[in-house]
Design a binder for this molecule. Sequence first.
Ligand SMILES: NC(=O)c1ccc[n+]([C@@H]2O[C@H](COP(=O)([O-])OP(=O)(O)OC[C@H]3O[C@@H](n4cnc5c(N)ncnc54)[C@H](O)[C@@H]3O)[C@@H](O)[C@H]2O)c1
Ligand SMILES: O=C(O)[C@H](O)COP(=O)(O)O
Length: 530
Amino acid sequence: MFKVLVSDPISDLGIQQLMDASDVVVEKKTGLSEDELIQIIPDYDALLVRSQTKVTEKIMEAGTNLKVIGRAGVGVDNINLDAATKRGIIVINAPDGNTITTCEHAFAMMMALARHIPQAYAKTIQGTWDRKFLGVELRNKKLGVLGMGRIGSEVAKRAKAFGMDILGYDPFMTEERAEKLGVKLATVDEIVRNADFITVHTPLTPETKHMISRPQFDVMKKGMRIINCARGGVVDEQALVEAIDQGIVAGAAFDVFEQEPPAADHPFLNNPKIIVTPHLGASTVEAQENVAIDVSEQVLHILRNEPFKNAVNMPPVAASVMNKLQPFFELGEKIGAFAAQLNNQAVHEIHVEYAGDLAEVDTQPLTRYIIKGVLSRHFGNDVNIVNSVHLAKVRDIDVVVSQSSASKGFTNRISVTLKTEDGKDRRIAGTLLKEYGARIVRIDKFPVDIAPEGNLIFISHNDKPGIVGSVGTLLGKNDVNIASMQVGRKIIGGEAIMVLTVDKTVSKEVLDELMSLQELNTALQIEFKS
Ligand SMILES: NC(=O)c1ccc[n+]([C@@H]2O[C@H](COP(=O)([O-])OP(=O)(O)OC[C@H]3O[C@@H](n4cnc5c(N)ncnc54)[C@H](O)[C@@H]3O)[C@@H](O)[C@H]2O)c1
Ligand SMILES: O=C(O)[C@H](O)COP(=O)(O)O
């Protein structure tokens, strides 16, 4: 039974499928301190959070059963991603579920800012009929959008309907997409010099921190209004207050702060030109259901060892590519595991060659499975597809990948060579056959045809008459039934291999007995974890 801890307020309806799952127990405990979380986290397989819970390295260290952290929302700045990756904890988010809601909040803030709605409301309910609040129209104004991702693009679309001219800045925005959205691409400098309103929609990164600060306020169009519903820190709070005092900025609307919640004496909280909300951008019934549904779905997949999406600490791969690669994951892991079990030297390089159908696909996720297979011999369950690349790196194992269309007669082919210091490299190649499934087609220099499943015994020997018979007799004597046998050799009387599929695992004593047979050099059991 998997245990899931929900440590922030997350929509009940959204996590219903987790609560209904027969193999999952969900417990909700919100408002916990770091110490309290450290105490209880060892019991849980998954942790579901929003932005309040700070998932620190200490919490992950204590979370020895933790397999996945699900963020019901977009930003993962409250989760120590490096610590998660090192420990093989998958971090997933729900990137699409709150886009529209947050865009609408940014727009509501822009309109409230343009028409002084919060200030006028406050006065009116205090009994003051103050009609001096003079606003501005959005029509014909220039809106600068910094960060033209999901939310920025939606804001731009709505702003067009209000008759605004949009200047967009995003290093990853193409001319073509800008044109499609009716946005004029501009630099930050052009935006601050020309825009009447600026809205920021970037993540907080070293590049975006204080993207709007003193130098930008110094050249800014006078009377500009600024909205931040992205992340505190993208706009320099101190510099903004000064720019308001100097009459450069006419007003600001902020949903997010450099430190949340802000201190009671934060300068935004008593400035009549700044309106604020307590990080409510994603807080609608719809968005909260959406993000919780998305994240619950993926958490279930991860716990059940099924393919999943939206991992934040793994390279993103298009769904179409993932669908193409998915059938190869098990084969790749088995090839890696097979090669690792043949090898008994320190590996300094894992060389992966993809051929045929796999020649022109982004195979990064598949490589992670292969590395996992190789490393699992020594790391067991501590290695997974999230940390396999990291673990190889910290052990100074280079991972070299090559792709080629020459697939030696197979429609697809994966070949894994473990390179060792003594030059005794081990190589396993495999393929996925349409009708027959996964096959191992090469072991070192020997072509073979083996299904990588069940209990295999790998034997290397000198090609001499009678050896196959001796092996069969010895195994029979030890009550080991042989289901199938493959032999491979390059030249008559030379080096040869034998791979037997047997009905049960064999003991070390039986392997030692095999080793004592004349002309036999190696006898190894090869196991595949399901
Ligand atoms: N207030 C809230 O409750 C709330 C809700 C949802 C999202 N957010 C935040 O809003 C922001 C945007 O979310 P999104 O879903 O649109 O993300 P997104 O990833 O779709 O878009 C972010 C965009 O920022 C761009 N970007 C990155 N670095 C940049 C730079 N240096 N200059 C300009 N652009 C840069 C990226 O190219 C990307 O297009 C995030 O910070 C997210 O955490 C806040
Ligand atoms: O990154 C996000 O998704 C937003 O900041 C929303 O955060 P929340 O889930 O804490 O409201």
